[in-house]
Ligand binder design. Structure first.
Ligand SMILES: Nc1c(NC[C@H](O)[C@H](O)[C@H](O)CO)[nH]c(=O)[nH]c1=O
Ligand SMILES: CC(=O)[C@@H](O)COP(=O)(O)O
Length: 139
């Protein structure tokens, strides 16, 4: 049994709850364990993941968050830099699934967060599990 850390940016409570449910269900269905930590926003996720990875306690990581476009360039910063940070960590050899939604509006987010619809939380968890298994194959 592997242990996955879910790192969630709790920016939109109701959407986060659904993404989290999907991620937890996917990890449990694969027979693995999980813990969750919460950070303020998507920009904090890569830093928190890097700190957690240093402990050596986790086999993989799932990033959960929602970024909805506002009026300013801030959307591009939060969406792009959080993804860039996660990509850098995966290039360092960590098993990472990116479940940070980057959407135009709440309706798009709702469909993607709902485990009964697009289930992007579950999809991100499955990606982390797949990368964890790939790592094991190469060890
Ligand atoms: N606008 C959204 C944010 N913004 C906050 C940043 O992620 C960050 O916490 C702040 O800039 C302090 O460093 N975060 C989200 O997760 N979603 C958003 O829509
Ligand atoms: C991530 C965003 O774009 C948003 O939450 C920030 O909104 P705004 O650009 O209107 O300040």
């Amino acid at each position: 049994m592997a242990k996955f850390l879910i790192i969630e940016a709790r920016f939109y409570e109701h959407l986060n709850d659904q993404l989290l449910a999907g991620a937890r269900e996917a990890i449990a269905a694969a027979g693995h364990a999980h813990e969750t930590i919460t950070v303020p926003g998507a920009l904090e996720i890569p830093g928190a993941l890097a700190l957690a990875a240093e402990t050596g306690r986790y086999d993989g990581f799932v990033a959960i968050g929602v970024v909805i476009r506002g009026e300013t360039y801030h959307f591009e910063i939060v969406a792009g830099e959080s993804a860039r940070g996660l990509m850098a960590l995966s290039m360092d050899g960590l098993a990472v699934g990116n479940g940070i939604l980057t959407v135009e509006n709440e309706a798009q987010a709702q469909v993607r967060a709902d485990p009964a619809q697009k289930n992007k939380g579950g999809e991100a968890a499955q990606a982390a599990i797949a990368m964890f298994e790939l790592k094991k194959r190469f060890e």
